[in-house]
Structure formats: structure tokens, C-alpha cells
Design a binder for this molecule. Sequence first.
Ligand SMILES: [Zn+2]
Length: 319
Amino acid sequence: MIRQKRGRPLGMFLAVLFAAVWITGCYGGSGAAGEAAGNVWQYASEAYEAGQSEGYAAASYDAEELPEYDGRPYVELNGNQPMFKEEDLQEYSYEDYAPLDLLGRCQAAAANIGPDLMPQEERESIGQIRPSGWHTVKYDVVDGNYLYNRCHLIGYQLTGENANERNLITGTRYMNTTGMMPFENRTADYIEETGNHVMYRVTPVFDGDNLLADGVVMEAESVEDGGAGLRFCVYVYNVQPGVAIDYRNGDSWLDADTALPEQEARSRAAYIVNINTDKFHYPDCSSVEDIREYNKLYFWGSREELLLQGFSPCGRCRP
Ligand SMILES: [Zn+2]
């Protein structure tokens, strides 16, 4: 579902979006080596830096072309279809984090994730990293108080990349927990349950020279079953209801008005999905109160879409 802006025809919007996204699977001999060795992976960005490849991670979006925040933590892009190339989808694992740009900002992070990439150890401190736009600032209206998290582009639970400056942006608590985490949890669950690979890419979107990202585009497609088990393409907003943000530098201040669109959207959500149980509910179902925030996926699409994605209706509220 792409909301059109300024009356542009949808076809043109898509053309611009596709033109703005480019990736190459040019991996030279190293791809074959990775395949032959099975579990071997390497940073494709080394090839990128050597000028041998544009890198798997390469992807960019024009902030002006993405739908504006309307209160929903995320919106589907491109009909929920990720924009990978055929050659990105491989049955071996690899990962690639694009170098910081000249303003010190993260760019795309991409990985073809199998169980072998997932971490075995507990996460260590990432406090030494200062992503662009970083401020340590607290508000009572924010869950956990800290407005900003050092937010992994590719979640730690997926590739175990921790204090990698190419994988950490300044993200609001709300984007991290309500926006991104349900999609990360779905991806991790799918890989753990099937042992399959998921091609996965997260691209931060900065407007002009802003140091704080407007949001991130998250794409995922399960490889061995051709996307049947998992597929999404969403834009997640870097917002915090109740707090206004200056995206040029990350400055912020309390503003109750910014909480209103989110409350409005939440009240209009068609369904709430429990990512942990894969059951979906009407928003007023009593079971919803027991779902942890990071397992709660707000959904504005149709029942059929949910069934297609493998979710099943709650037995209590019978949506
Ligand atoms: Zn229910």
C-alpha cells in the first residue's frame, strides 16, 4: 500500500522508487567461495570498497518520495514486496554493511541470514558508539525514559553484529520497539523454526543533510520457499509520540500534540497480531492487553492478507 503524494500517478511513484533502489549481486569469485564453503560468509563491503562491487547493501531512497507519517508506526511499501535481485537470494549466508557516508551516517545494511549467522552469546555494551544525531535525553512519556536508542539496523538477534558503527543509528524507543522489533522477531522465529535463509535489508532514510533518519525501510524474503514463509517491505517511522524532534540534528522537546496521530491510528487499526503466537485479534480483544509491546504488530490491512502471511484468528474474539 503506497499512499500517493502530490497527486503523482502510482506508476511514476513506483518507477522513481525502483530507480532510487539499486543493488548488485556482483560478487565475483567470492560468492562461489562462500557457496562452496557452506557456512562461510564475508563482508561484501570489502569488495565494495575495493571498487569491485556496488555491494549487496547498496540501496537508497528519497525521503521526499516516501509516505509521510500519519500515526501508524509503519506503512507497507511497494505492495509489501521487497526489491531484491534474483542473485541476492542465495542458500548460503552473507552480510554486508555499507560504509558511513561523508556526514558519518549509516547507509544500508543487508544480510542473507541463516541459522549460522545468529548469535550464541549475550550482547555486550554498545555505549561507545555515537551514531549521527545522537543525544542522551530522557522523558517521562517515553517507555524506559530514554528517547533515543542505539538502534541496530539488522537486529542483534539476527546477525550478532553488535558494536558495528555501520549497523547502528539513532532511533527512537518507539521505532525500535513498536516499529522494528515485531518484524525482527518474525524473521528470527522463521529462521529458527525452518533453518532456512532470509534475505534481509534495512535502509535508513535521511532527508537532505539531516543527521537523524526519518525512518528505515525494512525488507525480507525467505529464500528456500520463495518468500512463501516470510516476505515484507515496510517503512518504519523514527518518531516518538509525545515528543517533537528536529531531524536536522536530533534536538527534541515535549509536545503532546505529536501523540494524537498515533492514538488516532491505533484506534483505527483493523487487527493486532501477536508475533509470538501468530494469532491475530480485534484491537478490543481482552487478550491484547497481555501481549508484550515488542510482540504486538499493528495491522491496517485485510483479514485475507493476514491469513496469507500465515497468521490465524484468535479463538476468543474470532476476527
Ligand atoms: Zn482475540
